[in-house]
Design a protein. Sequence first.
Length: 266
Amino acid sequence: MRALWTAASGMRAQQLNMDTISNNLANVNTTGFKKQKTEFKDLLYTSMKSVSNDPELGEPVNLQIGHGVRPVATSRLFTNGNLEKTENPTDVALEGPGFFVVENPTGNPEQLFTRDGNFKFSVDGDVMTLVTSQGYTVLSTDDDVIEVESTMRNFSISEGGMVTAQDEAGEIVELGEIQIVQFINPEGLQAMGNNFFSLTANSGEPVIEEDESKDTKLYQGFLETSNVQLVDEMVRMIMAQRAYEINSKSIQTADDMMQTVNSLKR
């Protein structure tokens, strides 16, 4: 009886769907997190009777039986999250399709990409370097680090990403421009954990946003929240639960039918 294996494939698929939903809910407060959704495809069909082009046979449709479902992908939705005001001068939120670029200390890969702008200062003597929460250095447009002398004041980041500070003489000094990149297919990026992504062949090479073609704005003193919507995820979770239950009911029903058949010989 095919129903047993068909329903079992549905239960396996809904287990993975539930895993994805759970991960979304767990990261509802993760800065810059982008939610995922599971995609499914039906399996091969058994053709018990093929369609006929002969009008005398009167068979314009097929008789086919499917064999269930399988998960094929978990796609990530890169819609913008809300901006949360923190008033911390090293916090930066992105509005648009861009990504920050950070240097990977392990060197494999050499660069990582993130939407998490929860930056900090790493102090080395009289010099402070802009880094992520993990200590990875934030790169400028010329692939250099952004350093601030400890004597400088009024650290500022413009909407275009230019970092400035005021020196002891009261003059505004440009310290570099934060590098923002885009990808032709951001869904092709590989999640590395710690809010980082790495490029793949499917994502394409990173394209640096130039002044005349910048689609992304930077907001100092803000952080981008997760784009997970609790209500939507709760609805998806209920649907996954109901689908899992009805597939388990199909297995029980198929088992009852087989028991009924077996009892006919008695």
